[in-house]
Design a protein around this ligand. Structure first.
Ligand code: ADP
Ligand code: MG
Length: 227
């Protein structure tokens, strides 16, 4: 891994047991993401893209190989330190927003800051400022269920970015959006990429989105080709 890589993995493998069958979903993935880099991963459904993002984000353990995030080998840290590292260094964006329905948009976006130990007042101020930036200043006290799909996804982007993570892992972030809203979400990610040097690793089926990333990788049957 070079010095400026925020995340890299070496020979990453993942096998799932399905009854008597051993299914090898990742077959040795090597990847390195530099600071401020934007990478798209494309590939057929079932090729292992979501599994890879889960392993890179420390949400699941590999069968073999290692993931190094911000200089820390994820195989070698305990659950508490891993959770802290994830909260500090990573943002996650999914195809569906995963906002908590019983909390307001403001509370949802403030939550990673509160988990990180920020005061309630500071967390609310910062969340309100970022929500204004993503065009949701008038929606802060609404519940996620009261927003449109595009508004919810912009709120999810704000939540992923509120901690100024070094890296955002996004799994088909525009998959449920019309092309105009997808473009807005992409522009937002781009602004934050350029202002804060946030790195992005984005799984997408959207060729237009992929073309706007700095690099496009293809996943096929558990390996990355053309890296
Ligand atoms: N928890 C699991 N248990 C067993 N098989 C799984 C599990 N998660 C994913 N798979 C299998 O791994 C393969 C890759 O899945 P996934 O990473 O979701 O692909 P993609 O995101 O590229 O569509 C699929 O064949 C899927 O059925
Ligand atoms: Mg997937």
């Amino acid at each position: 891994m070079n010095n400026t890589a925020i995340l890299c993995c070496r020979q990453l493998t993942k096998r799932y047991k399905q009854g008597d069958l051993d299914v090898e979903v990742l077959k040795g993935v090597d990847l390195s993401i530099g600071t401020g880099e934007r990478i798209a991963i494309m590939g057929a459904s079932g090729s292992g893209k979501s599994t890879l993002l889960h392993l890179l984000g420390g949400l699941d353990k590999p069968t073999g190989g290692e993931v190094v995030l911000d200089g820390v080998n994820l195989n070698k840290v305990g659950a508490t330190k891993l959770a802290r590292l994830r909260n500090k260094s990573l943002g996650f964006i999914y195809q569906s927003h995963h906002l908590l329905g019983e909390f307001t948009v403001l509370e949802n976006v403030a939550m990673p800051l509160l988990i990180g130990g920020e005061s309630v007042k500071q967390a609310r101020l910062q969340a309100a400022a970022l929500l204004a930036r993503v065009g949701l200043g008038h929606r802060v006290e609404h519940k996620p269920g009261e927003l449109s799909g595009g508004e919810r996804q912009r709120a999810a982007v704000a939540r992923a970015l509120i901690n100024k993570p070094a890296l955002v892992l996004a799994d088909e972030p525009t998959g449920n959006l019309d092309s105009k809203t997808a473009e807005q979400v992409y522009q937002l990610m781009l602004e934050l990429n350029q202002e804060l040097s946030v790195s992005f690793l984005v799984v997408t089926h959207d060729h237009e989105l992929a073309a706007k990333m700095g690099k496009v990788l293809h996943m096929e049957d558990g390996v990355i080709i053309g890296a």
